[in-house]
Each structure stands twice: as C-alpha cells, then as structure tokens.
Design a protein around this ligand. Structure first.
Ligand SMILES: NC(=O)c1ccc[n+]([C@@H]2O[C@H](COP(=O)([O-])OP(=O)(O)OC[C@H]3O[C@@H](n4cnc5c(N)ncnc54)[C@H](OP(=O)(O)O)[C@@H]3O)[C@@H](O)[C@H]2O)c1
Length: 252
C-alpha cells in the first residue's frame, strides 16, 4: 500500500489537499500538532471513501528531533508523495518582530522541511513515481516588506527545492521535487500571523483563493510531469512552469 504524507493537514491548504488526494483514492498520512483536527479529518475522509487508508501522526515540527522521530515512525510505510506544507508566518517590520515566533517559524518553515526533505530524498530518489512537494509562497519569489523574515524563509524553501530538483535531474533520479507557491489563501494563516482571532478575508482582501482552490492547484502541480514550480501571479492566476532561480552546476 502506498501513501501520501501531508504535513500541516489540520487546517487550510493541507486539510483541503488531504480531501483532494483522498478523492483520487490516495492513502494518507496526516501530520500536525492538533490531533483532534486530524482525527476529525480522518473520519470525514473515511465517510467519503472507506477504502482510503488514513494514518494520523501528531508532531511538533518546531522541534527538530520531532521531525526525525516522525520520519523514523513512517519508515515502515511506502511513501509515494511527501508534501511539506506545515508553515507559519510573522507579520511585522524586522525591528518589531516577535523573535520567539520568528525562531519557531524558521524551525518549521526551514529546519524541519530540510530534515524531512533530505530523509525522504535519501530513501526514495530512485523510486518510480515519487514526488516531494514543498509549499513555498509567492513571497518566496518577491520580498514582502512587513513580512521580510517570512519571505526569506520561503526564499529558502524555493531555492532549496529548485536546487534539489536540479540535482535529481542531473542524477537521472526518478523522484521529482516541486514547489507550490500560493498567494493569499483563505486559511488560518493570517490570523495566526497577526495574532488576531477570526480574520475576515472578504472584508479585508481584494483578492484571494480559497483553500479548496489552492488544493486544486496542488493537484494540478502533482499531476503534471516536467514542471518544477506551480505559482500564483499578481492577477491571481496559477501557472505551472520550470525552475525560476538561476542555477550554477559547476563552481569553477
Ligand atoms: N494562506 C496563505 O495566504 C499562504 C500563502 C502562501 C503560502 N502559504 C503557505 O501554505 C502553507 C499552509 O498554510 P495555510 O495557509 O494552510 O495555514 P494554516 O491554516 O495556518 O495551516 C498551517 C498548518 O501548519 C501546521 N503547523 C503549524 N505549526 C506547526 C508545527 N509546529 N508543527 C506541525 N505542524 C504545524 C498547522 O497545524 P497545527 O497547528 O495543528 O500544528 C496547520 O495544519 C504554509 O507553509 C504557508 O506558509 C500560505
């Protein structure tokens, strides 16, 4: 039996991606801190299709040892797709940042994503039909003043994953590495970024996607071969394309 791992599946883009992959008959391993939300999602998926096998794993990915433990716990399973979606933001100018929150953000957005990507690549680079999808942001390709540390963390996700995609291509590996780069999407993300309950997207944002629409883009990215990046542009159109950053393959 093959599985798709989705981190950050307890809300937003990860939650809707789980439903979209379940609708395609994919067995799932769902990861987040809020176990009760994962259990609710598991019950919902099994109500939709009892044949889809769902495993839930509680993990705090702001603790690097938990990322290692998570991966080790999943060693017995055959994982055809790994989606590093868990992430958080921090909205303030650098001088006023909440450093505790920024440090947590860097550990989830960068450190755990790097650990989980590396361990997955080590085991699955030569496995037919495998994919690693890392969730970056449109802000991983354009710096947002007022959320610079968040943007920089997503620049890391984009550069790391584009570089990995090139390394895999040069090696002739079977594993594909891809990046989803959403723009504003209606989830719990903004309310957590600005520490405000119940952010109203309709009242405050002129344009945004729903999490369900974003999960549809995730599926498009998953289903298309020979693409590296799925990115939302300034007009809120979604594009599938090759890598965006320049790559140097020989340092001499
Ligand atoms: N929404 C947007 O506008 C937007 C735009 C561009 C990119 N993104 C990216 O999209 C991804 C998903 O975010 P979202 O918009 O769906 O936001 P969300 O609704 O806040 O979901 C974030 C998910 O990450 C998980 N998570 C956060 N901290 C974690 C931790 N320490 N350990 C394990 N899991 C953790 C959360 O689960 P628990 O709280 O249960 O742990 C939740 O399932 C993020 O990488 C985000 O940066 C979002």
């Amino acid at each position: 039996m093959k599985y798709t791992v989705i981190t950050g599946a307890s809300s937003g883009i990860g939650y809707e991606t789980a439903l979209a992959f379940a609708a395609r008959g994919k067995n799932l391993i769902l990861v987040a801190r809020r176990l009760e939300k994962l259990e609710e999602l598991k019950a919902k998926i099994q109500g939709m299709d009892a044949k889809v096998h769902v495993i839930v794993q509680q993990s705090d990915l702001s603790v690097s040892s938990e990322a290692h433990t998570l991966y080790n716990n999943l060693k017995p399973y055959e994982i055809e797709t790994w989606i590093n979606n868990a992430g958080l933001g921090e909205s303030s100018v650098i001088a006023e940042q909440n450093l505790d929150k920024v440090e947590t953000m860097l550990r989830v957005n960068i450190e755990s994503l790097t650990i989980l990507s590396t361990l997955y690549v080590r085991d699955y680079a030569d496995a037919e039909g495998t994919q690693l999808i890392n969730v970056s942001s449109a802000l991983g390709y354009a710096i947002a003043v007022g959320s610079v540390a968040y943007s920089a963390s997503k620049y890391y996700v984009s550069a790391f994953t584009e570089g990995l995609a090139k390394e895999l291509e040069l090696k002739g590996a079977k594993l594909k590495a891809k990046i989803l780069a959403p723009a504003i999407t209606e989830t719990e993300f903004v309310q957590k970024s600005i520490d405000a309950e119940g952010f109203d997207y309709k009242a405050n944002m002129s344009k945004y996607h729903t999490a369900k629409e974003m999960a549809g883009f995730m599926v498009d990215l998953y289903e298309h071969e020979d693409v590296v990046v799925g990115i939302v542009d300034q007009n809120y159109e979604f594009h599938l394309r090759g890598a965006i950053y320049p790559v140097i393959t020989e340092l001499n």
